[in-house]
Design a protein around this ligand. Structure first.
Ligand SMILES: *[C@@H]1O[C@H](CO)[C@@H](O)[C@H](O)[C@H]1NC(C)=O
Ligand SMILES: *[C@@H]1O[C@H](CO)[C@@H](O)[C@H](O)[C@H]1NC(C)=O
Ligand SMILES: *[C@@H]1O[C@H](CO)[C@@H](O)[C@H](O)[C@H]1NC(C)=O
Length: 430
């Protein structure tokens, strides 16, 4: 039952001079909950949206004196303001200090010795800004949520993460994500407490969708029943993979925008990330007869991806690929909470890569299939099918396919953004 004031506000508004109305939030009083009746929301943005700070200790052995300049100087923004990097001639040092190494004994990725890192602004929805795509990091979604009455730090929270690491599937070790999941647990419990014990909506876009999903899968059943109202997965990266990560690994990724660099020049750093080797296409979904990478010497199907890693000059990635990436390909364990999964479909999407003369430094010729421009349709359907197959999840799984909607702007383009907002309003009404 809405308090007296709220119920009569529409009437009062009619009596106000128009200028005053401009100062009041634009809420639809009749069918939306007021601020104190909202379920808190935690936002997990895409991979390029989290910042990273570093601290260099005595154990760090810089490759050049310049890279040692910040040694002993405390925390600084390593991946924070991308224009800073060329301005301070720090790009080679940035690449070095961002790089991960695989530790086969622990079956985990680590920073270089002497490089400590942390993600700033955890809890807040202030994310990294890509000057070329200022709307990539949930800006428009945040504006829409504010129109519904959501407020940063009160009902609306952000869960920035370390984009270099992949969230572990249940049972996989990850010191980085163990700590992150603990922080997240506390954040959700706190948010719930602030909102009279209401459960939280976890909303993730792209890589952030995968992070939200893995968090829910890792949580004890009693905890997720108590605290998770709904998972809203917007174009989550599917465990069965897609072709684009293969292109990013072979020829470089432009996902992290750094002025004056190219995908190729950042490639050595990119290839060191765990996030670069997960989400390769799985044989179960992409088959073992269709070549995904075509050269005149050899074709590579989904089953040949480990060979491809070695053939493009990254033999060191083969072991972590086998031990960390391959096991997740078939991990379709249901999160057992209400889920809405929203994907774009019907857009030309990278399916096969042709490097005819075998030069992986060149951009490939791309053959397209169906998808959202990034994720292949076949992988989205595999996820739907696996969720619908599991009793207990089937009854609380909703899949929405939006023809023509593209991966990067599902949360910026008006039509698809409206659809996402509609899901949040419905979740709030339940
Ligand atoms: C980002 O870095 C550039 C170059 O160092 C600087 O001019 C600019 O003021 C910085 N922007 C912010 C928001 O700190
Ligand atoms: C690779 O695949 C293409 C397209 O399916 C095919 O035409 C070609 O013969 C194959 N090449 C090799 C070396 O197997
Ligand atoms: C999709 O790709 C095909 C080539 O594979 C091209 O002929 C077609 O025009 C593309 N469609 C759009 C809408 O870009």
């Amino acid at each position: 039952m809405a308090p007296f004031f709220v119920r009569f506000l529409p009437l009062l508004l009619l009596l106000l001079p128009t200028a005053l109305r401009d100062y009041l939030p634009n809420r639809q009083w009749n069918d939306d909950a007021a601020g104190d009746e909202l379920s808190p929301i935690v936002l997990f943005p895409g991979a390029s949206c989290s910042e990273l700070e570093a601290r260099l200790t005595d154990a760090y052995r810089p490759s050049t004196p310049r890279c040692g300049a910040m040694k002993g100087k405390g925390w600084f923004g390593l991946w924070q303001n991308c224009s800073d990097l060329p301005a301070h001639h720090y790009i080679p040092c940035f690449m070095e200090q961002m790089s991960l190494v695989y530790d086969p004994d622990a079956n985990e990725f680590r920073n270089l010795p002497g490089v400590e890192t942390r993600v700033p602004n955890f809890g807040s929805t202030v994310f990294q800004r890509n000057p070329e795509h200022t709307d990539w990091c949930l800006e428009n979604l945040k504006n829409e949520l504010e129109r519904l009455g959501y407020r940063d730090g009160d009902t609306l929270f952000g869960a920035a993460y370390d984009l270099r690491h992949a969230p572990p599937i249940p049972g996989q070790p990850s010191r980085v994500y163990s700590r992150y999941f603990q922080q997240l647990t506390a954040l959700v419990e706190d948010a719930s407490r602030k909102q009279q014990g209401r459960k939280a909506i976890l909303l993730g876009h792209s890589f952030g969708g995968t992070v939200a999903l893995e968090f829910a899968r890792a949580a004890p059943p009693a905890w997720r029943d108590r605290y998770v109202k709904r998972l809203v997965l917007v174009a989550p990266l599917p465990v069965s993979g897609f072709t684009e990560p293969v292109e990013y690994f072979t020829s470089g990724s432009g996902l992290l925008y750094v002025p004056t660099t190219t995908a190729l020049s950042l490639r050595p750093m990119w290839r060191s990330f765990e996030s670069a080797i997960v989400n390769f296409p799985s044989p179960a979904v992409f088959g073992d007869d269709k070549p995904l990478v075509i050269t005149k010497r050899r074709n590579y199907t989904a089953r040949d991806m480990a060979d491809l890693l070695a053939d493009v000059g990254a033999a060191g990635a083969v072991e972590p690929f086998r031990r960390r990436a391959v096991p997740r390909m078939n991990c379709f364990e249901a999160p057992m909470v209400p889920v809405t999964c929203i994907n774009g479909v019907g857009v030309n999407t990278t399916e096969q890569l042709v490097y005819w003369d075998g030069d992986f430094d060149k951009e490939p010729e791309v053959l397209f299939g169906d998808g959202d421009e990034t994720i292949n349709l076949v992988s989205m359907l595999a996820f739907d099918q696996e969720m619908m197959r599991q009793p207990g999840q089937r009854e609380q799984y909703k899949s929405i396919k939006l023809p023509g909607a593209r991966h990067g702007n599902l949360l910026t383009e008006e039509r698809s953004l409206k659809r996402v907002i509609q899901e949040i309003r419905e979740a709030n009404r339940v």
